[in-house]
Design a protein around this ligand. Structure first.
Ligand SMILES: Nc1ncnc2c1ncn2[C@@H]1O[C@H](COP(=O)(O)OP(=O)(O)OP(=O)(O)O)[C@@H](O)[C@H]1O
Length: 291
C-alpha cells in the first residue's frame, strides 16, 4: 500500500455540523487530495487529546501535511504536535470560534477551506507557550478563562451557546488582582494574543501579527456595567485598543501571578494550573500553516 502523504484529522463534535456532513467533507477532501497527487487518509478523533496522538504519529511517519476539520481546540491539539517540524497544518474551520483561521483570512466555507488546505502553500508563524502549554491564537486569565470553563460545561457547542454563556458569565464574574511582571493590578481579564481574535471576529488585539516574533499582552481593567455595550461594540469593530480600559503591550514574555492556582484558557479550552504563576512566552517561527 502506498505511504500516506496527507492526514486529515476530523473532530466529530466540533461546532454544530452533523457527523454525516463531516463525512461528506472528508469524501470531498480525499477526492481533491488524490487529484492533487497526495495519498490521503482521514481519521475521526475518538477522545480529547486524540488529535495530538494522530499528529505525532503523522510527523513520525514523515507526513508533510496534516489538515484538521474542527475548531480551535482541535487546531491546538494538532498544531502542538507539529511544532518545529516540517509538517504543515491545514485548517478547515468548522468549530464554534475559529479564531486562528479567521485571523489568517482562511475561507470559512468548508469546501473552499478544503481546497485551500490541499492547494495552499506553507508559511511559518509564531506560537506561544503558557508554562508547558502551547497556544497559537490566544491564552488568557480572568474573564476569558471563566467563559471558557463555563462554555466547556455546555452540552451543545456553536455560536448561540457561546453568546448565551458569555452573557451569563458576565453577571456572575468578579474581577481579581494579579501580579503582572511583579506589579499588582486589578484586572477584568488578561489575554496574551499571538493571533488577534478569540474567534467569531471578537478582536482583543486588533494589531496582532502571527509572524512578528512578539505576543500582544492585553490588560483589560475592571469597568462599570454601563461601559459593556461600547466595549462589546469595540471588540467586534476591531477598535478595543482605543478604549481607556484596555492596554495592549507587545512583548516576548510576561509573568502572571494570582492568589491561588490559576484558571487559564489555551485557545479557548479551559485549564486549571496547579500553580499560582504562569510564564507566557513567544516561540518565534515555530509552526508551518497552509495559507
Ligand atoms: N471524540 C471526541 N469526544 C469528545 N471530545 C473530543 C473528541 N474529539 C475531540 N474532542 C475534544 O473536543 C474539543 C473541542 O473541539 P473543537 O475545538 O474542534 O470544537 P469547538 O469547541 O466547537 O470549536 P472552537 O474551539 O473553535 O470554539 C477539543 O479540545 C477536543 O479535545
Amino acid at each position: 500500500m502506498a505511504q500516506t502523504t496527507l492526514l486529515a484529522i476530523v473532530n466529530p463534535l466540533s461546532g454544530t455540523a452533523s457527523v454525516q456532513k463531516k463525512q461528506q467533507w472528508i469524501e470531498f477532501l480525499l477526492k481533491i487530495a488524490v487529484d492533487a497527487g497526495f495519498t490521503p487518509e482521514a481519521r475521526f478523533t475518538t477522545h480529547p487529546g486524540h488529535a495530538t496522538e494522530l499528529a505525532t504519529d503523522a510527523v513520525r511517519q514523515g507526513i508533510r501535511r496534516v489538515v484538521i476539520i474542527g475548531g480551535d481546540g482541535t487546531m491546538n491539539e494538532t498544531a502542538r504536535a507539529l511544532l518545529n517540524t516540517q509538517t504543515a497544518l491545514g485548517i478547515v474551520p468548522v468549530g464554534s470560534g475559529n479564531g486562528l483561521a479567521r485571523h489568517l483570512k482562511l475561507p470559512l466555507n468548508p469546501k473552499k477551506a478544503i481546497e485551500r488546505a490541499i492547494h495552499g502553500r506553507p508559511v511559518v508563524i509564531d506560537s506561544g507557550r503558557i508554562n508547558e502549554h502551547a497556544f497559537f491564537c490566544t491564552t488568557g486569565i480572568g474573564f476569558d478563562a471563566y467563559v471558557a470553563q463555563e462554555f466547556a460545561r455546555q452540552p451543545i457547542r456553536g455560536l448561540p451557546t457561546y453568546i448565551r454563556t458569555t452573557y451569563r458569565a458576565f453577571w456572575n464574574y468578579q474581577p481579581a488582582t494579579y501580579e503582572i511582571d511583579g506589579k499588582p493590578q486589578s484586572l477584568f481579564s488578561l489575554t496574551v494574543a499571538n493571533a488577534g481574535q478569540f474567534g467569531n471576529n471578537a478582536w482583543i488585539a486588533p494589531h496582532a501579527n502571527v509572524a512578528d516574533g512578539l505576543l500582544d499582552v492585553c490588560l483589560l481593567k475592571p469597568f462599570p456595567r454601563s461601559a459593556v455595550g461600547l466595549l462589546a461594540w469595540r471588540l467586534f469593530n476591531k477598535t478595543l485598543d482605543q478604549s481607556n480600559y484596555l492596554t495592549v503591550r507587545p512583548a516576548r514574555s510576561v509573568v502572571v501571578k494570582g492568589a491561588g492556582p490559576l484558571l487559564i484558557h489555551v485557545d479557548g479550552e479551559p485549564l486549571l494550573l496547579d500553580t499560582d504563576t504562569a510564564t507566557v512566552q513567544v516561540v518565534p517561527s515555530s509552526l508551518l500553516v497552509i495559507r
